[in-house]
Design a protein around this ligand. Structure first.
Ligand SMILES: CC(C)(COP(=O)(O)OP(=O)(O)OC[C@H]1O[C@@H](n2cnc3c(N)ncnc32)[C@H](O)[C@@H]1OP(=O)(O)O)[C@@H](O)C(=O)NCCC(=O)NCCS
Length: 198
């Protein structure tokens, strides 16, 4: 999918109708990102249909979540970011980024930063005060992105999936407002509020 100029990409709140496209992006970006880092079996085990059902369920209040998408003028989605209450009892932060994925063809054009700004602002508006997220230790690109936004390493752990061990590190922002400021850039007229939040 050809990526449009950043100015033609709008950041908006996701709706349940976006779930199939979000599922496809989740799987495509996951494979682009982790090829060479994870086993082929694991890369092939993820399904866009399963991911779509997961995000649709989250949007339909299975779990409180804020979810934004990046949409080209053509209507195609090129990225998404979701978050909500922290699922990490070992960390003191009250909010968590559950996922942020931008298709490779649309990366390094400010989409990730704008998605993060929308997410951080929506979480702050809902009363959250701090934020963390987990990332594969070897995912140098994403780590560079989080560090550029002021995140610092606040934890590490080993996960096991499909018989494989993975090292993960956590990035944290003690003050969510500092992330809002770091991620903020002039927003397009269509940058909007998140929905699907209980
Ligand atoms: C990480 C990700 C969301 C960043 O989105 P993006 O749209 O490419 O990022 P932006 O263009 O907004 O980048 C903002 C700044 O972050 C930093 N940055 C972004 N990608 C980087 C990279 N690969 N390496 C180092 N720094 C990076 C840069 O300082 C960049 O500013 P610049 O382009 O002016 O130098 C995106 O690359 C992605 O989806 N990666 C694959 C999936 C993934 O790893 N998700 C995270 C899982 S935990």
């Amino acid at each position: 999918m050809p990526a449009a100029d950043t100015q033609e990409i709008a950041i908006r709140a996701a709706t349940p109708a976006d779930a199939p496209a979000i599922g496809r992006i989740h799987v495509e970006s996951w494979r682009e990102t982790y090829r060479g880092l994870l086993s082929g079996n694991l890369l092939n085990s993820v399904s866009a249909v399963v991911r779509a059902a997961m995000w649709r369920g989250a949007l339909e209040h299975e779990r409180p979540i804020v979810l934004f998408v990046a949409q080209q003028a053509s209507g195609d989605l090129v990225g998404f970011a979701g978050g909500g209450s922290s699922r990490a009892p070992s960390l003191p932060h009250d909010a968590e980024v559950y996922a942020i994925y931008v298709l490779r063809a649309a990366q390094r054009r400010g989409c990730g930063r704008r998605l993060m700004a929308a997410l951080a602002n929506a979480l702050h508006t809902r009363g959250f005060r701090s934020l963390s997220l987990w990332v594969l230790e070897e995912n140098a690109g994403a780590r560079g992105f989080y560090e550029r936004l002021g995140g610092t390493v606040v934890g590490e752990k080993t996960e096991v999936d499909g018989g494989h061990e993975f090292r993960e590190v956590a990035y944290g922002w003690d003050n969510l407002q500092s992330l809002c400021s770091a991620a903020s850039i002039p927003t397009s007229a269509t940058d909007g509020e998140a929905r699907g939040v209980s």
